[in-house]
Design a protein around this ligand. Structure first.
Ligand code: NAP
Ligand code: G4F
Length: 329
C-alpha cells in the first residue's frame, strides 16, 4: 500500500506544490479543505482527480480528528493558516484561532488518533521580527512584530513541546518568504508582478505600495516544499531554517519586475501610507547552513529568476484574459 499524507492548506500556494511533490513520489495524498459557498480549488485544479479532499476546519477539533481518521496518514503537513500579516492586525483573535490554536488541534488530533504520525508545522521567519542578529538561524531569539508572528511563535513552541512531552515526531520548518506564480495577489511580490502585467497591457497606470525599504529573503516555493518533506524523512525530528541567505528590498523587486516588462518603475509606483503596517519587520535574511548540512538544501531559483518567472507568468495570464475580452482597457 502506498504511504499516505494529509495536507492542511492544500488549496494554498504551498499546498499545491507540496501535493505535486508527494504525488510525484508515489504517495496517496489527502487534502483538508474547509467548506465555502464557492470553491477555492484553482491552484489544485490540475490535481483534482489525483487527491482526496476531506472537509474539516482548523477551528473545529472534532472535524480535525475525523479527517485524520479518514486519511490514516503516516505524514501530516500543517500548512493551513491565516497567513497574511496585515489581516492579522485587523483580525487578531481569528488569526490566533487559525494560526496558533489550529496547531494545537492538529497535535491533539495526532495524539488521539495515532502517535506515530509524523508532523510538519509551517513556521515562519516573521517570528524573528525585530531581529536580534543577522543572519537569523535556528538559535536566533524571536521578537514577533504582528499578531500573525505571535501566533506562529505559539505554534512553533507547541510543536517543540509536543515533541519533548509526548515523543511525537514533530518538526517545525522556519521558512523565509517563498513565492511563485501561484502566490496570493495581496502579497508584495505577486502584487507587483500582477501590477506590472496590468500596466503593460494598458489596464492600469500606477501601482500603490507601502514600505519600499523593507528587506526580505525571498525564494521559490517549489524549492521550499521539498524541505518540508525532507524534514519528515529524517531519522530524528528537528527544526530547520530554510532560506536563500540573500536579502533584497521591495524597491529592488520593483526595479527588476518593471524592467522585465520594459517599464521604468519610478514612473508607476506610488507610495501609499495606507499600506504601512503598525509595526514593520525591516530586515530578514536567513542562515540555511543547518538545512544545507542535514537536508541537502540547494535552491534552484535565485531572486532575479524568481521575479522574472512571476512577471512572465502574469504577463501571459493577463494577456490571455485581455485577448478573450475578460479584462478590458
Ligand atoms: P496561503 O496561500 O495563504 O494558504 C493558506 C491555506 O490555509 C489555504 O489553503 C486556506 O484555505 C487554508 N486555511 C486557512 N484557514 C483555514 C481553516 N480555518 N481551516 C482549514 N484551512 C484553512 O499560504 P501559503 O503561502 O501557501 O503558506 C502555507 C503556510 O506556510 C501558512 O501556514 C503560512 O503561514 C506559512 N508560511 C508561508 C511562508 C511564505 O512565504 N509563503 C513563509 C513562512 C511560513 P482556503 O483556500 O479555504 O482559504
Ligand atoms: O509580501 P508580504 O505581505 O509578506 P510578509 O509580511 O513578509 O509575510 C509573508 O512571509 C512570511 C515569512 O516571512 C510568512 F510567514 C507570511 O505568511 C507571508 O507569506 O510583505 C513583505 C514586505 C513587508 O515588509 C511589507 O511591509 O513588503 C512590504 N510591502 C510594501 N508594500 C508590502 C506592500 N506588502 C504588501 N503585502 N503590500 C504592499 O503594498
Amino acid at each position: 500500500m502506498p504511504k499516505r499524507a494529509l495536507i492542511t492548506g492544500i488549496t494554498g500556494q504551498d499546498g499545491s506544490y507540496l501535493a505535486e511533490q508527494l504525488l510525484g513520489e508515489g504517495l496517496e495524498v489527502f487534502g483538508m479543505v474547509r467548506r465555502s459557498s464557492t470553491e477555492t480549488f484553482e491552484r489544485i485544479a490540475h490535481l483534482r482527480d489525483r487527491v482526496t479532499l476531506v472537509q474539516a476546519d482548523l477551528l473545529d477539533q472534532t472535524s480535525v480528528i475525523r479527517a485524520l481518521q479518514r486519511a490514516e496518514p503516516q505524514e501530516v503537513y500543517n500548512l493551513a493558516a491565516q497567513s497574511f500579516v496585515p489581516t492579522s492586525f485587523e483580525q487578531p483573535e481569528l488569526t490566533a484561532q487559525y494560526t496558533a490554536l489550529g496547531v494545537t488541534r492538529m497535535l491533539e488530533g495526532i495524539r488521539a488518533v495515532d502517535k506515530r504520525i509524523r508532523f510538519y508545522q509551517a513556521s515562519s521567519s516573521e517570528m524573528f521580527g525585530k531581529v536580534r542578529e543577522s543572519p537569523q538561524s535556528e538559535r536566533t531569539p524571536f521578537h514577533p512584530r504582528s499578531p500573525y508572528a505571535v501566533a506562529k511563535a505559539y505554534g512553533h513552541f507547541m510543536t517543540v513541546n509536543y515533541r519533548e512531552s509526548y515523543g511525537l515526531f514533530a518538526c517545525s520548518g522556519i521558512l523565509f518568504n517563498h513565492e511563485s506564480p501561484r502566490r496570493g495577489l495581496e502579497f508584495v511580490t505577486r502584487k507587483i508582478t500582477d501590477g506590472v502585467a496590468r500596466i503593460k497591457h494598458g489596464l492600469a497606470r500606477e501601482l500603490r505600495l507601502g514600505n519600499l525599504d523593507a528587506r526580505r529573503d525571498w525564494g521559490f516555493a517549489g524549492d521550499y516544499v521539498r524541505m518540508m518533506v525532507a524534514m519528515l524523512r529524517q531519522d530524528r525530528p528537528d527544526d530547520y531554517v530554510v532560506a536563500s541567505g540573500e536579502t533584497h528590498s521591495v524597491r529592488e523587486l520593483c526595479q527588476i519586475a518593471f524592467a522585465r516588462a520594459g517599464l521604468d518603475w519610478e514612473r508607476h509606483v506610488v507610495v501609499d501610507a495606507s499600506f504601512i503596517r503598525p509595526a514593520e519587520v525591516d530586515l530578514l535574511v536567513g542562515d540555511p547552513a543547518k538545512a544545507g548540512r542535514e537536508l541537502g538544501w540547494q535552491p534552484t531559483v535565485d531572486f532575479r529568476g524568481l521575479v522574472e518567472m512571476m512577471v512572465d507568468a502574469d504577463l501571459a495570464r493577463i494577456g490571455q484574459a485581455v485577448a478573450r475580452r475578460e479584462l478590458r482597457h
